[in-house]
Design a protein around this ligand. Structure first.
Ligand code: GDP
Ligand code: GDP
Length: 449
């Protein structure tokens, strides 16, 4: 009953899959090929070049391996001309995909646009594969061999229309595609997860640390291979060992002196930076203070997971409880996504309940939404509530990807500016759909002019 938001449970099917982006000039046969690779009978190909399809990321399965196929065929060529737009498409694919498939029309051969795109792709460090479509029969063999000069290795002949060569192509794709998507966030060095215990002076940080440190010494030796920085503490909570970072200052009491507050704020910042998740301790017996808000803001800005822990619950009576409800609505709405735990470090009440909230927050912080699911969800939301028209133009959201975890970071590629209000709307809907309880999320917009 102490938790707001509740533990919302893991949404199903959120296992990360690597992303293959299919790039190439319009009309080379990308969409036909994508449909073939997906094993669809009915092609959703339009014969009008540059038609924006509403869904461009698909979940694919081949030989028991899942991956996401992104069809860039739906991105309209823009005013800057074909070559610039296809090159931009390739750049974007390299930023977001785990491998790229460049599609060239075998019946046409390599055009200057194909060469420009190949140049862009050769510069990046994402694996690239070249395929030549419309190779319906053997007639084009020598034209296909000429594609070696694009410098992307062997050109794989395929006919999207008839399916010729598509099984081989899928085998080769799995060869170059990594098992799991790359992560642009920073990796955890393993071992116990790192927790920052922060909050304004006198909220009860050292009391809580002492309360949970009872078993530290016995536990230290059991965690094989962990070298614990002497400023950190290993703490067992709810059957799991956690590393509370930068706790040296909490153990030895420093006297209040001038400059103390500044020093404390630097230390708070350092602890948050060193941690994966922050426990922000708040004195439940007093009104929520400006200083509490500042600590929460630090956590948000550092992009760390967050659990709000209200301490001194033993001092809370009915009046205080009601007052707090109003303060929460007024002062902490922006972190409505964070779970709250009410404890008393003095009596030990509910102290172990911090652990499940830490786990939930970290799971959200680590979570990746597969590109296919993300875009499926996005196209539904945008269809129901399109972005507001600006300057007579309707901005289009072309594609979204989760570029990083820790914290979850989303990149939206759009054809125009999205207002702050609409961005907040999308973030709210994203949380409604995928959860992310306990973690800040970031959303950045890339406008393709
Ligand atoms: P995209 O713009 O690159 O996505 O190209 P589409 O998939 O829309 O295909 C463009 C045109 O080429 C369509 O008329 C297709 O029917 C045709 N096409 C695509 N793949 C093949 C193929 O393997 N063989 C032949 N003969 N035509 C194809
Ligand atoms: P810190 O500055 O955040 O490390 O706070 P301390 O742990 O030193 O606690 C400040 C004061 O609050 C001390 O007098 C503690 O005894 C008291 N205190 C800490 N936790 C609780 C609690 O849960 N209930 C009550 N009533 N007092 C507490």
């Amino acid at each position: 009953a102490d938790l707001v938001d509740g533990a919302d449970g893991e949404p199903e099917g959120l296992v990360p899959a690597p992303v293959l982006a299919v790039v190439g000039r319009p009309n080379v046969g990308k969409s036909t090929l994508v449909n073939r690779l997906l094993g669809r009978r009915e092609a959703v190909v339009q014969d009008i070049p540059g038609v924006t399809r509403d869904r461009i990321a698909y979940d694919a399965l081949w030989n028991g391996r899942r991956f996401t196929l992104v069809d860039t065929g739906g991105w309209e060529p823009d005013a800057k001309g074909l070559q610039a737009s296809v090159a931009a498409q390739a750049e974007m694919a390299m930023q977001t995909a785990d491998a790229v498939l460049l599609v060239v029309d075998a019946s046409v051969g390599a055009t200057t646009t194909d060469e420009a795109v190949a140049r862009v792709l050769r510069r990046g460090d994402v694996p690239v594969m070249l395929c030549a479509t419309k190779a319906d029969d053997d007639r084009l063999t020598s034209d296909i061999a000429a594609l070696w000069r694009l410098g992307l290795g062997e050109p794989h002949p395929v006919s999207g229309l008839h399916g010729r060569g598509s099984g081989d192509l899928l085998d080769r794709i799995l060869d170059i595609l990594p098992e799991s998507p790359r992560d642009l966030g920073f990796g955890a060095p393993g071992g116990p997860r790192r927790v920052a215990l922060v909050g304004k002076p006198n909220v009860g940080k050292s009391s809580l640390l002492n309360r949970v440190s009872g078993e530290v010494r016995s536990v230290v030796h059991e965690v094989a291979g962990t070298t614990v920085d002497p400023v950190d503490s290993l703490v067992e909570l709810d059957g799991e060992v956690w590393r509370f970072v930068d706790t040296a200052g909490l153990r030895k009491r420093v006297n209040t002196a001038s400059g103390m507050e500044y020093y404390a704020s630097l230390r708070t910042k350092a602890a948050i930076e060193a941690a994966e998740v922050a426990v922000v301790l708040i004195d439940a017996g007093e009104p929520i203070a400006e200083q509490d808000q500042r600590v929460i803001t630090m956590v948000e800005e550092a992009g760390r997971a967050l659990v709000l822990v209200f301490n001194k619950w033993d001092l809370v009576d009915e009046d205080r409880r009601l007052a707090m409800k109003r303060e929460l609505e007024r002062d902490l709405v922006r972190v409505r996504w964070a779970e709250r735990v009410n404890i008393s470090a003095l009596t030990g009440r509910s102290v172990t309940k911090i652990a499940p909230s830490l786990r939930t927050a970290l799971a959200s912080w680590d979570r990746r939404v597969p590109t296919g699911r993300l875009n499926g969800w996005l196209s539904e939301v945008v269809a129901a509530t399109p972005p507001p028209v600006r300057g007579g133009k309707q901005p289009k959201i072309l594609f979204a990807t989760q570029a990083a975890t820790r914290p979850p970071t989303f990149v939206l590629f759009t054809s125009g500016f999205l207002e702050a209000g609409y961005r907040r709307f999308l973030e709210r809907r994203l949380r409604e759909e995928f959860g992310f309880t306990g973690s800040p999320i970031r959303m950045s917009i890339r406008v393709r002019e």
